[in-house]
Design a protein around this ligand. Structure first.
Ligand SMILES: O=c1ccn([C@H]2C[C@H](O)[C@@H](CO)O2)c(=O)[nH]1
Ligand SMILES: [Zn+2]
Length: 132
């Protein structure tokens, strides 16, 4: 699947966003090694801290289906420049996507940047840090 198609999938995912509080809709499309796309949107809650970002929705959907190998993820929002994943999502991306999984950050205007899990969170706390 090419980059443009994955971005279109992220845009479709964004339409499902449940954002009555922020009104800031985000979509994510996560492509696994087998070619399946997992869609994610942000889902908010009146208890604000329960809000879940689009990226984590997509990742948790895939991982809960037993998928652990990912090729790419596209994320889209109506931002000035390419959308910037929050710190919580960077941490989750760092552990559950491969370090070289391609991450495409974009916006509705078509600006985009390509990065990787590794570049999004240098020095991440990792499972190895738990070992004595
Ligand atoms: O990369 C991002 C940044 C923010 N949000 C969500 C969280 C919240 O619902 C809203 C405003 O922060 O956007 C995402 O889903 N992904
Ligand atoms: Zn986030």
């Amino acid at each position: 699947m090419d980059r443009e198609t994955l971005i279109q999938e992220a845009k479709k995912a964004r339409e499902k966003a449940y954002v009555p509080y922020s009104k800031f809709a985000v979509g994510a499309a996560l492509l696994d090694d087998a070619g399946t796309v997992y869609h994610g949107c942000n889902i908010e809650n009146a208890a604000y801290t329960m809000c879940n970002c689009a990226e984590r929705t997509a990742i948790f959907k895939a991982v809960s289906e037993g998928v652990r190998k990912f090729k790419a993820m596209a994320v889209i929002a109506d931002t000035d420049g390419p959308v910037s994943p929050c710190g919580a999502c960077r941490q989750v991306i760092s552990e559950l996507l491969q370090q070289d999984t391609e991450i495409i950050l974009t916006n509705l205007k078509g600006n985009y940047m390509e990065t990787t899990a590794e570049k999004l969170l240098p020095g991440a706390f990792s499972p190895e840090d738990l070992h004595e």
